[in-house]
Design a protein around this ligand. Sequence first.
Ligand code: P6P
Length: 333
Amino acid sequence: MSSIKTLGQFIIEKQADFPYAKGELSRLLRDIGIAAKIVHREVNKAGLVDILGDHGNQNVFGESQKKLDVYADEQFISALKSGGECCFVASEEHEEGVVLVDEGISKNAKYIVCIDPLDGSSNIEVNVSVGTIFSIYRRKSEVGHKVTEEDFLQRGVEQVAAGYIIYGSSTMLVYTTGKGVNGFTLDPSIGEFCLSHPNMKIPSSGKIYSINEGNYVKFPQGIKQFIKYCQEEDKATNRPYTSRYIGSMVADIHRNLLLGGVFIYPQTSAQPNGKLRLMYECNPIAFIVEQAGGKATTGTERILDIKPKELHQRVPAIIGSTEMVDKVLEFLK
Ligand code: P6P
């Protein structure tokens, strides 16, 4: 009897955790898994086909869109549309979000998905890991009616599920439905995500700090002091901290989730709210890291408690091992 447990089998098995579940969330998670496999295929041959380079358009932030950004966005939206369980998609690639409920089959859809289809895409052409980040909410307004702002501007604590896919040396899908975190590695030989990291837990401390020190002069004083603290020799073990920064949030978070560490993208004099978006970067990652036993704060409040004001809102982020996040907060006092 094969000991392999696929994502599909796992989702069905865990459906029992939700007594009233009728399979919609399970189907939604499977839809995301399917799109992830398609994006994996293209990311893995990005160097071989004409899918690199600018798409000629710009996204809502005026950032040039890489073709793979647009391709990934199209694949996830099409999978969500055909799956029929999602009524609205808030995507980094769409200023207003994408309404699916008018698309007929999604008229009874209960779920909202916030997604960054290809995060860290500036790394694509230099063959560095990139990722997809997604967050799932239950709609507040009545099924079958127009989607309202209260549907897609919900606090992170309202998430019913969140996850990321990392397209790295292997492709992994990591997700939570609020009952722990599980990781699945894609086995291309059978085209299935297989359970490889059951019940993931982030170490309570670590030696890795991840921050773009190129912005040092613009950091708040407390962040500068934390960086200095890390750079001092660690007297007890004589083992200083290690700076590791990839510039792809999913890759930095995934490494710290496995090894312990803290990821920081603070507010700066140039970006008073930081750079990372609340709805489809910080909230889903915060849900996952908290479920794995870590902590996620802006420096002044728990990320999951923030009441969103707008779809593409940015927030500062200090996310990772609890003892390391607390150390940063000490310097910010
Ligand atoms: P910087 C990628 O563009 C991203 O949104 C995150 O994936 C990453 O952590 C961050 O921006 C990197 O930003 O300013 O350090 O290049």
